[in-house]
Every structure is written in C-alpha cells, then in structure tokens.
Design a binder for this molecule. Structure first.
Ligand SMILES: [Zn+2]
Length: 428
C-alpha cells in the first residue's frame, strides 16, 4: 500500500474506519485494516470526506475585484455592466494568473472539482483560450469543467451562438445559456430550444443560468425541463440559480416541481450570491431570492450549492470555501433539521459530483483516492466550524495541509488552549 489513513469518521457516520490507498485509488476500507504503508495518517476520529465540488463558478472573472473599478451599487446589473467594461482590457496572462491563484485557494480548501462558466460573448474568445490552458495546467490536482456561457444573451448579442459553437469545438465541455437576459420571454424560450437542440445533437451536458430574477413570471425553467423531456436529455441538464422560483405562485410551483423531477433536471442554487443580489427592488419585506431548495429536494430533484463568485464584479468576498457556501445555504433555506443539514453537506460534495458526472468520486473501494480530512467530527460540525482542512489528498498524494483551529488562552483557572469542538457526543 502507498498510504493508509487510520481511525476516520465517514460522512455516513461510520467511525473507526481505516482507508488504504494504492496506485491513486482506494484499495481497501474498513475497521483496523491489517496493512502496512509508507505513509500513515492518523485521522484521530476526524471526518474524512470525498472532496468538495463546486457546481457553479465564474473562473474568468474571479479575483478581478476592483478592476477597472468596484461595483458601487453591488447589484447584478451593475456587475454585468462592469464586466463589459473589463472585458476589452482582459489579457490572457493576467486571466490565467488569477485563475491559477484561485485554484491554489481551492485545493487548500479541499475543493478539487469546479464547473466554471466562461463568457463566450467576445469575438476573440480570449477567456475560453485562457481557461482551457488553466484546465490543462491544473488537471493533475483539480478537475475543471467548462461551460460556454453567452453572458450578453444568445440572441441578444450578435455572433454569440457562433462563438458558443466555436468554444465547444475548442474543447469547452458544457452548453450554457441565459434565457432571462434575452429581450423578450419568447426570445428566452427560443434560446433554450436552440441550445438544447445543439446539446442533444453534440451529446453534451447543459447548464443554464436560468431565471436569475425576482420576476415570478420568469418561467424558462419550465421550457428547459420540457425541452429536456422532448430531446431525451435526462440527467444531463442543470438549471442554475432558478431564483424566480422563490417568488412564483405556489399553485404554479406545485405543477412545476414534478416536471423538473420527471425531466431529470438538476438545480444549482448559489446562496451567497442569491441572498446578496436578489430582492434589490424590494423595500420591506425583502425577498431572499434563493430557489426553493428543500422543496426541490423533497420532490426528488438533485440540488447543489455553488459558489458562483469570488472577488469579482458581482461579489467582493469569498475564498473558495464550500463549507461557507453550505453554511449560507443552510441558513437562507432554514434547513436546520439534522437530515436537512446533512443534505446541505451533500449539496457541496456528492450531489454536484453527480451533476458534473465525475467518475470515481466517493469513499469506496476502487474510487479515486481524492480525500479531505476535516477538523470536525461530523458533516454538521464541519459546516458549523467551516472546519480546517487538516489534509487534502489527490490520487493518493497529499496536496495541502492546514493546522487544526485552536487558540491559546490566558485566563486564570482555564485551559491553556481552546478549540471549538464539542467534547461530548451528540446523538444523531
Ligand atoms: Zn453564475
């Protein structure tokens, strides 16, 4: 064996588990494995999980915060306008450099797979070339999946569909869209139809920015699901954001949820961004804007939480921490029951892995030895603490380490050090 991790707790609650690793894969898993290995890691009862997966990100814009100026209003539309100002000034080297820096952050956070949209509304396709280059360079330690994203509208922006097709021919993996940004509802629906037909023809996955609006009548998710049914795209399509569902009429949603389920369309909410960008036209009460996460889950729809933005024209915060994303999602959706909190952990790990179609993901014999050891005893504790990543492993090799979170205390009669773990066991 190349490595063995001793005495781990797994996300499903199993405790005292050893994981043996050979040739980049999990070779054996169980209590007290009788194996020897060059590398021995003592998990000390901590949580060992497959890596975090971000189902929705914008790597072409990340870490550009303040270029060429900051977003004064903090709104979605000023963000899009600002991105338009920045686009002509982008250089390939600077974009690659920023993306690589973000990937370093991601790896340190145990985030080893990212689906990123890349804007194709630029004749030069400079961002596409840059991110394809980044994808090649990070491949040994991070899986990147690219989505051809017509930011300025497929029909609204001249040449966008041709650019999108060129991007796919260059090696971009997934077909994107933004129907709610087209000039009319009819154009939005037409863009969904064109893009789904193109994806079906090419055998590709689809992931659209869909209904990222507070307008309850923005119903492109209905068209997306029905096109998915018509073209047999089940299991290959995701609707990102779906924030209009927050504001929709309940009766209409009772009809929509089974359609989404039947079409096998996944939903990707972006809690950090939805809670800050939606509801901006409201006074009070002010809408949260995030889609109906627990209701979609209860209907049997795969729901992931994405990060969407880190230090870009739309969002000035973030650091690649999917536990922060899960933490926000849990709060915004009021998913505070035990099972609901576990579902929030799944929404940044196993569920997006399924949406991306990652092969060899998981903790089982034969899976890739891609693992994260967290300074926490359970998934819920990991979310509560945004737990330190004690160790991040990619294909059996340790690629990042962090110290456990602790503080030195100087209080009379109290311990010299404090961590933030609860020492007693909480019943499940
Ligand atoms: Zn997005």
């Amino acid at each position: 064996m190349d490595a063995v991790i001793r005495n781990a707790t797994l996300p499903d609650g199993r405790q005292g588990i050893d994981v043996a690793i050979a040739a980049g894969r999990i070779a054996a898993i169980g209590p007290a494995l009788p194996v020897q290995a060059a590398l021995q890691i003592d998990a000390d009862g901590d949580l060992l999980t497959p890596p975090f997966v971000d189902a929705h990100f914008h790597m072409d814009a990340t870490l550009s915060y303040g270029l060429p100026r900051v977003n004064r209003s903090g709104t979605l539309l000023e963000g899009i306008a600002l991105w338009g100002e920045l686009k002509p000034e982008l250089s390939q080297e600077a974009l690659v450099e920023r993306a690589l820096q973000y990937c370093d952050w991601a790896v340190a956070r145990g985030l080893l797979a990212i689906r990123t949209h890349v804007d194709v509304c630029d004749e030069r396709l400079l961002a596409v070339e840059a991110l394809l280059e980044v994808k090649r360079r990070v491949a040994p330690y991070l899986d990147m999946q690219l989505v051809a994203f017509p930011q300025d509208g497929l029909l609204r922006s001249p040449g966008a569909f041709d650019n999108l097709k060129r991007a796919i021919a260059m090696g971009v993996d997934v077909v994107g869209g933004i129907p709610h940004f087209e000039r009319t509802m009819a154009d939005g629906a037409e863009s969904v139809r064109l893009l789904c037909e193109f994806a079906a023809d090419k055998g590709l996955r689809v992931d659209m920015h869909c209904d990222e609006s507070d307008d309850p009548l923005s119903r492109h998710i209905e068209t997306l699901a029905s096109e998915c049914n018509r073209l047999g795209l089940h299991g290959r399509v995701a609707g990102s954001h779906l924030t209009s569902m927050h504001s929709m009429d309940n009766y209409y949603v009772s009809k929509l949820l089974p359609l989404i389920r039947e079409a096998g369309v996944a939903a990707i909410a972006n809690p950090l961004i939805n809670i800050t960008l939606q509801g901006r036209h409201d006074t009070y009460p002010k809408r949260r804007g995030m889609t109906r996460v627990p209701e979609l889950m209860a209907a049997g729809v795969d729901v992931a939480f994405g990060h969407d933005c880190v230090m870009d024209p739309w969002y000035s915060l973030g650091s690649g921490d999917m536990l922060e994303v899960a933490h926000m999602g849990l709060h915004v959706a009021q998913m505070t029951g035990q099972q609901a909190m576990l579902a929030c952990f799944d929404a940044v790990t196993s569920t997006p892995a399924r949406i991306l179609g990652l092969e060899g993901y998981g903790i089982a014999e034969g899976c890739n030895a891609d693992l994260v050891l967290l300074d926490a005893g359970s998934p819920v504790e990991a979310i509560r603490l945004r737990a330190a990543r004690r160790m991040v492993m990619r294909r059996g090799r340790v690629v990042a380490e962090s110290p456990r979170a602790a503080a030195r205390l100087a209080l009379p009669g109290r311990p010299a050090q404090v961590n933030f773990r609860l020492q007693r066991k909480v019943p499940a």
